[in-house]
Design a protein around this ligand. Structure first.
Ligand SMILES: [Zn+2]
Length: 320
């Protein structure tokens, strides 16, 4: 029986796998002591966990992306050969994990044919002078593209901290890069319509303005609400009731939490019952009176402390 792997899927994994090696090599430039902690290679998707004490900055991510794409455009050959472990050591291959390697290993190298001027003049010149011809070299038994141009495109889509000292990058290769760009384009154009701006570049400014308006309006509404509640509470009239000094039927649409807070500042040293027609109530008592005892006497279910209780009970309607 002959095993067959769908060629398209296999090629998609090869792109992601070679891109993983390129990503690893670029990360090693930022974190010289980093090691791979775990890696997942799927169809045009890769997830790479590595040891690092901090996350990459936005600029570093952009730089890594740019370099990997440059290596793709440079059409670098990927050379795979099996050799003795000692020979691999001489080639300076990365050894992963604490894994014990066989005597014969498979070395995957990415060769640079022609380095663009801008990369040569990079801040970390030493790196390229020492590894001028080999952009990446790893021991690996996976399948790879034979030239970096076959990866076509690479983008990092997320970064996260997955465990103590371990960071994770998730990245895509072609054609998922294009899918992602399409997703983002749709999202941006929807947001542009929704927030009524001419171009997506105006979105951050518009969002900031809307948020500012929102918080201003929210605070205005709260302040108006508090005023309305205060004037409602101040309109109380003494009723003929042996148990309460103040007893009020509260409109159901009134903010009950604000009402409770304001009532406590307005009605000092009084027995108070405030309730809505849908059975919410708050009951508090003056010094020396027990709120619990009063609620018990009136047959109200409650929770709270001895000075103030609240609850929801159908019986409260009969008391109003
Ligand atoms: Zn590999």
């Amino acid at each position: 029986m002959k095993l067959s792997v769908a060629p398209a899927q296999r090629f998609a994994k090869m792109r992601a796998h070679t891109a993983t090696h390129l990503l690893h090599a670029e990360l090693a430039r930022i974190f010289p002591d980093t090691k791979q902690a775990w890696s997942l290679v799927d169809s045009d998707l890769l997830r790479f966990d590595f040891y690092a004490d901090r996350l990459l900055t936005q600029e570093e991510i952009a730089k890594v992306e740019k370099r990997v794409n440059q290596i793709i455009y440079m059409s670098c050959d990927v050379k795979i050969e099996e050799m003795k472990i000692e020979d691999a050591w001489k080639l300076w291959a990365k050894m992963f994990f604490e894994e014990k390697y066989w005597d014969v290993v498979r070395v995957v190298q990415v060769f640079n044919r022609e380095l663009p001027e801008e990369m040569k003049q990079d801040d970390n010149e030493e790196y390229f002078s020492s590894r001028w011809e080999k952009l990446s070299i790893e021991l690996c038994w996976g399948t790879h593209v034979s030239n970096t141009k076959d990866i076509w495109a690479f983008t990092i889509i997320s970064q996260e901290a997955v465990a103590s000292g371990i960071k994770r990058l998730t990245a895509l290769t072609w054609p998922r890069v294009i899918e992602k760009i399409n997703d983002y384009s749709w999202l941006l154009s929807n947001l542009t319509n929704l927030l009524e701006v001419k171009s997506y570049s105006q979105l951050p400014e518009k969002a900031q303005k809307l948020l500012k308006d929102y918080w201003e309006l929210k605070s205005q509404v709260e302040s108006l609400e508090t005023k309305a509640i205060n004037s409602f509470l101040e309109s109380w009239e003494k009723k003929n009731n042996n148990d309460f000094d103040v007893i009020m039927k509260v409109p159901v649409d009134m903010n009950f939490k604000t009402l409770c807070n304001q009532a406590k500042t307005i009605f000092v040293d009084k027995n108070v019952l405030l309730a809505t027609e849908n059975w919410n109530f708050i009951l508090f008592t003056k010094n020396g009176n027990s709120a619990k005892a009063l609620a018990q006497k009136l047959g109200l279910k409650w929770w709270g402390n001895d000075q103030q209780i609240q609850g929801r009970d159908t019986n409260v309607v009969g008391l109003l």
